[in-house]
Design a protein around this ligand. Sequence first.
Ligand SMILES: Cc1cc2nc3c(=O)[nH]c(=O)nc-3n(C[C@H](O)[C@H](O)[C@H](O)COP(=O)(O)O)c2cc1C
Length: 269
Amino acid sequence: MKRKRWIFLCLVSALMSLCFGMTALAAGWKTGTGSNQNRWWYDYEDGTYAKSGWQWLDGNQDGTAECYYFDSEGWMAADTVTPDGYQVNRDGAWVENGVVVAREAQTQKEEKNAISGNQLIVYFSRTGTTERAAERIHELTGAQIVKIEAIESYPSSYEATLSRAERELDTKARPAITALVDHMDQYDTVYVGYPIWYGTAPMPVFTFLETYDLSGKTIVPFCTSGGSGVETSVRDIRRSCPDSNVTDGRRVNDVSGIQPWLSSLGLLR
Ligand SMILES: Cc1cc2nc3c(=O)[nH]c(=O)nc-3n(C[C@H](O)[C@H](O)[C@H](O)COP(=O)(O)O)c2cc1C
């Protein structure tokens, strides 16, 4: 009789540990398979996963969140220095002077939105320079990134682009652009990137700014150029978006300046 009860208890306990094991697995952290079996990623269980930057996570549900860095494919960094220069330990947690940096956990949704969920990057780029800067911001913030494209694309010839751009500037044209964003209301910070064309942003950027309701949102302009500064374009963006908080912009031909700039704006952790 005693033996039967012991077997019963063993079965119950095995079942419970299986259930808890599965719960823990489903709660977020997962390992890869095959050659990635020792690598970790974090599943939000809503069809998305942590990637492209930092994320506070309370993986073991103890009320304390630690900060982890994920690459663009979603693999957690471990025992290394992250691309933006921070140390993470063997468990992937951010450490300062050997001590894990921790804070009180928020809900998963709050944690996810805290860094990337409420930020959007839109950019226009003809030859890829601004695109590189936009991708750096994406790496740092994990924000959604979309490209503004004129429905009638710009000519491949530089000279022909110059004359079309000049004509569009003179006539204050608003060239039609491809549809970009479904739910603008979910974002409160919008990074807007562009090359300087004739001292300001290309006209398709203004089409974007004036198509969507950006009132109440923070707009963060960034540009690349052959030498011109960002100031005139920021003035023009403020005119187009009088009800938005348009921060001072930045010329970011050198992408290494982006991280300190965004930190100074309080847009990185
Ligand atoms: C139509 C046109 C106008 C331009 N006007 C300026 C300008 O006024 N000042 C400047 O410094 N660079 C100017 N440039 C150079 C671009 O701003 C610069 O090459 C930029 O980095 C290109 O970015 P992209 O590769 O993302 O298109 C102009 C380029 C084009 C095609």
